[in-house]
Design a protein around this ligand. Sequence first.
Ligand SMILES: Cc1cc2nc3c(=O)[nH]c(=O)nc-3n(C[C@H](O)[C@H](O)[C@H](O)COP(=O)(O)OP(=O)(O)OC[C@H]3O[C@@H](n4cnc5c(N)ncnc54)[C@H](O)[C@@H]3O)c2cc1C
Ligand code: SF4
Ligand code: SF4
Ligand code: SF4
Length: 384
Amino acid sequence: MEYLQVKSTNPEILEGGENGGAVTAILLSLLENEDVDGILNMKKHDDVYDGMPSYITTPEELLETTGSLHCAPIMTADIIAKYLKDSKIALTTKPCDAMAIDEIIKRNGLNRDNIFMIGLNCGGTVSPLKAEKMIELYYDVDPKDVVSEEINKGKFIIELANGEEKDVKIDDLELEGYGRRENCQRCELKIPRKADIACGNWGSSKGYTFVEINTERGEEVIQNAIDKGYIEVKEPSEKQVAIRKKVENVMIKMAKKKQKAQLEKEYPSPDELQDILTRCIKCYRCRDVCPICNCKVCSLEKEYLQQSPEEKPDPLLMHGIRMGHMAFSCINCGQCEDVCPVEIPLAKIYQRVQLKYREETGYVPGVTSGKPPMYSPDKEEVAE
Ligand SMILES: Cc1cc2nc3c(=O)[nH]c(=O)nc-3n(C[C@H](O)[C@H](O)[C@H](O)COP(=O)(O)OP(=O)(O)OC[C@H]3O[C@@H](n4cnc5c(N)ncnc54)[C@H](O)[C@@H]3O)c2cc1C
Ligand code: SF4
Ligand code: SF4
Ligand code: SF4
């Protein structure tokens, strides 16, 4: 049972679900059967630009979380490592979440047995602030009038309160500096195969979620959800499986093209890079948000690196240290770039280093099994 098309049997889930509502139905099955203590997924708060991670413990709350939020790039890996480490949880994971969780597990920061990962295929996310601006500029509507959005067939589509739909080609938006975040444009992992199941719409029949089953636990959970009446399933045809593979390959090819353009052709020269990095105000937000930076005691806090008791290390020294400690595991999630108050293109810089390291070692963070070749055993002592 490698691929299935899955549909919820609950009309409310079907109505709100992005595709067949399989994700919500499976989460409901896990919650109601007490297989997990809670669920971490993404909930729309004020509007479509306000997707927030939510820890859910009741079916009623869960039913409010159906649908995909493409303007919610926030990640869940760091949250579970920091706050839910000892709980048994299920969570929705984009490929970058799944990669981050895999790297945290390698650093002994999480126990895989406690986590049920429902993967979501991912073509990319849009920064919420940029999305509002982009909608004003290219769709000529008040961003507050948008009730839902989706990315489909190369277009970013919005639906307004009056039912009207408007779309613009993602390529056109990206040429103007809008559309998907730059790191997402370069992201080459489209299907999270380290998750127990990976869910998406590529290749699926209308009203169904296309599910790839990746682990034995994934198979068990699907079987339980079938047996207890939460979902109905049908097998995809060979043609549907082939379509999904074809789209995945096209997306990977596009990402590699963007890597070449953004990390080689348009990449700053060493002098420019030095200037860019000296903009850093040493707020440490990039370190704090990075899911790979999860040492108990950060080297940057060491006394000998402080220039004076009040002053933090020089930005170049700081990034040099961070780079040496984690760039080989950078998953290009873009969180550092999103939070940097002086707009340093951090994900670009760190991903470029990772790709050079990958060329030498073959290590793909969040995908290759085992620890990265340069991983220091000393770091293990400080990781939880
Ligand atoms: C940003 C994004 C991009 C995607 N791109 C593709 C794609 O290119 N190709 C493809 O085949 N599929 C893609 N998907 C997956 C697809 O949109 C559906 O999520 C999937 O098919 C499951 O549908 P469903 O009806 O079973 O989910 P539902 O039952 O509607 O459940 C959706 C679940 O996803 C969670 N969720 C919503 N937004 C996010 C988010 N930003 N981060 C984490 N969890 C979230 C919700 O909380 C909910 O639990 C993408 C999903 C997201 C979130
Ligand atoms: S980094 Fe990749 S997986 Fe993460 S949101 Fe962007 S495209 Fe999706
Ligand atoms: S360095 Fe930035 S892009 Fe790389 S893993 Fe950390 S937060 Fe993500
Ligand atoms: S977030 Fe930006 S300003 Fe803050 S420490 Fe990191 S690079 Fe420097």
